[in-house]
Design a protein around this ligand. Structure first.
Ligand code: FES
Ligand SMILES: [Fe+2]
Length: 365
């Protein structure tokens, strides 16, 4: 599998890298040592010492450099070897390491894998709802490693018809099957394409988990879920329920962030956080709040995760990501569009031409 190179990948939550801390992250098969310097800025260099390939992430941060644990070579944030404690201390260009541009934004650390001169922070998708001080009630900023091709997880998130089956009784129910689906693309100033896949159900029974956070009375509501996608795997789900016919802002709004970073072709990091917005106050009852968090975890850990990992095993058994050809249904229009956009971007990097991005609007019923 070929990965997109000229893009920002989420490495971790900023709060997970304390002062003078160094961590390894593998992104698109590349081991990277990420460390916080004395002045708080974050640097990233290849996590493979140029001497005998020890992982620098096993070493320590000394001010604005990192020292290899094995024989003590020191490297600056830009990857240059600056100290050789052996012999005459000679430093040759072969000792320098690759460094990666890093930006700390929206409480996340973003690493650029492509040509450094093309690393424009304006290309980072807008996750400002995660900023410190942004309005809303935040769930824990969480992350985990999942044994799947990150594109399978994007397929899952861009086709939320599955909530009516896989999460029946929790996040959806079959009464929401005939939702209106709108697929919309916007071309950003940067030239990047943002994809929106929106499902709306009117005057239906509320999904149980939303109802618990709303009025807990099973009275009919309008339900929406607007999933926004940016390459290579950044999704924001603006979802909620409100009184039939009422404005979204009058109801319960939950904005979910789903940040998918490929580790390799069949493993990914999943950074996740939910923010509650809208006119509805947060659940005050501690017991209900505990039930909510248990049910949320159950939906992902007992329902989504086993399903996508089982899909991955089916691909593995058949011989890899291209060994099976799924039969597409109408519900697959969103996931297909995202895969097409991503494949075009990757293809354009291969041949060195710009992707042909044509905005489309598809309405399915
Ligand atoms: S392996 Fe890093 S200094 Fe020897
Ligand atoms: Fe799901």
């Amino acid at each position: 599998m070929t990965f997109l190179r000229n893009t920002w990948y989420v490495a971790m939550w900023g709060e997970d890298l304390g002062p003078a801390q160094i961590e390894q992250r593998v992104i698109c098969g590349q081991p990277i040592a990420v460390f916080r310097q004395a002045d708080g800025t974050v640097a990233a260099v290849a996590d493979r010492c140029s001497h005998r390939f020890a992982p620098l992430s096993a070493g320590r941060v000394c001010g604005d450099r990192v020292e290899c644990l094995y024989h003590g070579l020191q490297f600056a944030a830009d990857g240059r070897c600056v100290v050789n404690p052996h012999g005459a201390g000679r430093i040759t260009p072969q000792l320098h390491l690759r460094s990666y541009p890093v930006v700390e934004r929206h409480t996340l650390l973003w690493i650029w894998l492509g040509e450094p001169e093309a690393a424009d922070p304006a290309l980072i998708p807008d996750f400002s709802h995660l900023d410190d001080g942004a309005p809303g009630i935040f769930s824990k900023r969480d992350w985990m490693v999942i044994d799947v091709d990150y594109r399978l997880m994007a397929d899952n998130l861009l086709d939320l018809s599955h909530v009516n089956f896989l999460h029946d009784g929790l996040l959806g129910h079959p009464g929401m099957n005939d939702a209106e689906v709108e697929i919309r693309e916007e071309i950003e100033v940067s030239g990047a394409t943002t994809l929106y896949v929106t499902r709306t159900s009117r005057n239906v029974r509320p999904p149980h988990l939303f109802d618990l956070m709303y009025r807990n009375d099973q009275a009919p509501v309008d339900v929406w879920a607007e999933m926004r996608w940016n390459a290579p795997g950044y999704l924001r789900n603006h979802a909620g329920i409100t009184q039939p016919g009422a404005a979204r802002e009058e109801g319960l709004i939950v904005v979910g962030s789903h940040l998918l970073t490929p580790i390799d072709e069949r493993r990914m990091m999943y950074h996740i956080c939910a923010v509650q917005l809208g006119a509805v106050p947060p659940v005050a009852d501690e017991e209900v709040a505990a039930t909510l968090s248990r049910l949320r975890r159950f939906a992902f850990e007992e329902q989504d995760r086993p399903m996508v990992e089982a899909q991955q095993r089916a691909y593995d058994q058949a011989g890899g990501p291209d060994a099976l050809k799924p039969v597409m249904l109408s519900i697959d229009a969103g996931p297909l569009r995202a895969r097409r956009l991503l494949a075009d971007l990757i293809g354009s990097e291969q041949v060195g031409v710009e992707a042909a991005a044509t905005p489309v609007t598809i309405t399915l019923s």
